[in-house]
Design a protein around this ligand. Structure first.
Ligand code: FPP
Length: 248
């Protein structure tokens, strides 16, 4: 087993294990809105409310890490007004929800290419990460301007630079070293990756980290995702048989 692959919670009493880390590709905001004759922005707004549901569901289930794919590196290619809407929602979220996250004992961490985000969003993220850094009940990871290939390239560059500068040897590059250079360093790999809206692909999300993840594709559109949807997903995960490549 490598550094990032850790078994889900210990299971001495034979109870079914809870996933330590759940990651979600929140998809279907646009379709939810168009089904109602509403603008896409209305779907994103309801999507931000569903984020609260997912967090409550994760806390209730006892999940240690919840990662949400809020904005991908490819999302920058959407029309400017939609990008602005999404950034506005994120700012609103960061300004309104941080206190509540803190009170619930939730630590916030943001992964992704921060350099592409505006200065005010970066400042809000720094403040929120700092304010919640000692919280231990759950870590909420928001993937923002995130693309897994970018992340892997950045890691390769950092390690190559260290080798070229003579600070590290090629022989010392192993899975643990590579993981330490990823933006998810220190997080366990996701046990379960959920994607809503019926689409069945990873879309450049946690490609390295998903090596042994279970996948759950739900038809539910993201704005309709509730605490109960989360609980049902955990139950489905608990029925899966995970072997990490080993024989039963
Ligand atoms: C996918 O729906 C969703 C997104 C691109 C953005 C996800 C953002 C949120 C849920 C709201 C803000 C997040 C936080 C953390 C406050 P889509 O627009 O691709 O939907 P479609 O495939 O139906 O068009």
């Amino acid at each position: 087993m490598t550094a990032g692959i850790q078994p889900v919670s210990e299971n001495p009493g034979g109870e079914v294990a809870t996933p330590r880390h759940v990651a979600i590709i929140m998809d279907g905001n646009g379709r939810w809105a168009s089904q109602r004759g509403l603008p896409r922005s209305a779907g994103h707004k309801r999507g931000a409310e569903a984020v609260r549901e997912a967090i409550t569901g994760a806390v209730k289930a006892g999940v240690g890490y919840l990662t949400l794919y809020a904005f991908s590196s490819e999302n920058w290619n959407r029309p400017a007004d939609e990008v602005m809407d999404l950034m506005g929602l994120l700012k609103l979220y960061l300004s309104r929800e941080i206190r509540s996250l803190d009170k619930q004992g939730i630590r916030l961490r943001v992964i992704g290419r921060r350099s592409r985000l505006s200065r005010d969003i970066n400042e809000m993220i720094d403040k929120a990460e700092e304010m919640t850094r000692d919280n231990r009940r759950m870590t909420l990871v928001i993937a923002l301007s995130y693309g897994s290939r970018d992340e892997i390239i950045d890691a390769a560059r950092a390690i190559a630079t260290a080798v070229v500068e003579g600070r590290e040897s090629i022989e010392a590059i192993d899975e643990a070293r590579f993981e330490s250079a990823l933006s998810t360093h220190g997080l366990p790999d996701p046990d379960l990756i959920i994607r809503t809206s019926g689409e069945q692909r990873l879309s450049n999300f946690l490609l390295w980290q998903a090596a042994y993840s279970e996948f759950l594709f739900l038809d539910t559109l993201w704005p309709d995702f509730t605490e109960e949807t989360f609980a049902a997903a955990i139950e489905e995960f608990q029925g899966r048989d995970r072997r990490f490549g080993a024989r039963p």
